[in-house]
Design a protein. Structure first.
Length: 392
């Protein structure tokens, strides 16, 4: 059995200019996720670590960043774990490539057998001790002139049992990935003859199978942007040669990132006041949590909601907070439409019925709940008939 750790899109050294003071915090989180990935590879005793592009956020990095990466690669080599890297679309293998400027293997004080960067000039490496060949489908330009798998068939290489591939780009989705720099199809993948294809570029994890080829995007080990909710993991991949006749590939996701995402739905009908809403959301407080809260339902008359005040009160409790008010307002605003219209007749008839029941009081046997229900029907019906989108 051959065991791999697959990661990609680490984006070390990202500047995050849109985050202001929080940029350094996210950079630290990204490096921590990379270090935890190395810890995991050592603990799991994998044979090989695959980095499928965009290890660095750009080709312009301070030497200190590269030295920190080399130190982690040295830890892997010292644990007898090989690493194979390909450039991506951020650390593209052009004339200014970081992989031309720095020799990662030399900086890690090891050989290129233990730390290998695959390029257009060196597109594969044979690892006899692992009975594997690793193929990197790499271009020297950011925008690919063709599919990275055009004319490629790993079955032509008979040096080893296991055929593993690395590529950085987008699986074709009509209307969505047409303008991406590197694009390929499932049909392209199916023709490669690979046992496993480790992909990078998408920051959320995806697994699939094309023909006899198992492929996967590992996703970014830590979100590159705080609001990315599909990142935070690496993949442990096991390749098993069943009786020498059937190759079996199993994938297990392992969490390495700190950032978590949580979506919550809050029915304002069950929350009487703004302080009560703040208290309810504070129950999720976590410095590593991105909280996406949707406020829905009927807003009670007792609720005087100011979203900016709520956000200011909750901001210190979360990494990031997003509040969306999709509730139905307590009060109906604007003039009542003429009674000879559908909306006007609806409002007039229902209002009259509510007033009749209110005057009748307890003698009619109507419960307070029935009156509240009628008021809600009036409120909701008017919103709908006036063409407002209402989410319950």
């Amino acid at each position: 059995m051959l065991r791999l750790l697959h990661t990609a899109d680490v984006h070390l050294g990202a500047r995050h200019t849109d985050l202001g003071e929080r940029a350094a915090e996210l950079r630290a989180r990204q490096f921590t996720a990379f270090r935890v990935s190395v810890d995991l590879a050592i603990a799991e005793e994998v044979d090989l670590v695959l980095i499928a592009g965009d290890l660095f956020d750009s080709n312009t990095q301070p030497r200190r960043t590269v030295e920190r990466v080399a130190a982690e690669l040295a830890r892997l080599a010292n644990a007898s774990i090989r690493t194979v890297i390909i450039p991506g679309t951020h650390d593209v293998y052009d004339g200014a490539s970081i992989y031309r400027s720095y020799d990662l293997a030399a900086m890690a004080r090891t050989s290129h057998e233990w730390v290998t960067v695959l390029t257009p000039e060196q597109s594969n490496i044979w690892l006899p001790s692992l009975d594997a060949v690793v193929h990197g489908r790499v271009f020297s330009t950011k925008r690919a002139p063709k599919s990275p798998f055009e004319g490629f068939d790993a079955r032509m290489d008979r040096r080893a049992t296991w055929r593993i591939g690395l590529a950085h780009g987008s699986l074709a989705i009509p209307g969505k990935t047409d303008s991406d720099e590197v694009v390929f199809t499932e049909e392209d993948i199916s023709k490669t003859g690979l046992d496993y294809l480790a992909l990078g570029h998408w920051h959320s994890a995806v697994e699939g199978r094309a023909g006899n080829v198992t492929y996967a995007y590992s996703g970014a080990p830590e979100p590159v942007a705080i609001d990315q909710d599909g990142a935070g993991q690496v993949l442990i991949v096991s390749l098993d040669d069943k009786d020498g006749s059937r190759h079996e590939v199993k994938i297990q996701a392992k969490r390495v990132g700190q950032t978590r995402h949580l979506q919550v739905e809050v029915d304002l009908a069950a929350v009487a006041t703004q302080p009560a809403l703040i208290e309810q959301l504070t129950a999720h407080a976590d410095a590593n949590l991105v909280l996406d809260a949707r406020l829905g339902g009927f807003m009670p008359d007792t609720m005087d909601l100011d979203l900016e005040e709520v956000e200011r009160a909750l901001a210190p409790s979360f990494l990031k907070l997003r509040l969306r008010d999709e509730s139905i307002p307590a009060a109906l605003e604007g003039p009542v439409p003429p009674p000879d219209t559908v909306l006007g007749a609806f409002v007039a008839n229902l209002t009259a019925e509510i007033e009749r029941r209110e005057k009748a009081g307890g003698s009619s046997g109507d419960s307070a709940q029935e009156l509240d229900d009628l008021r809600d029907v009036l409120r909701l019906g008017r919103h709908l008939l006036e063409g407002r989108q209402v989410t319950l």
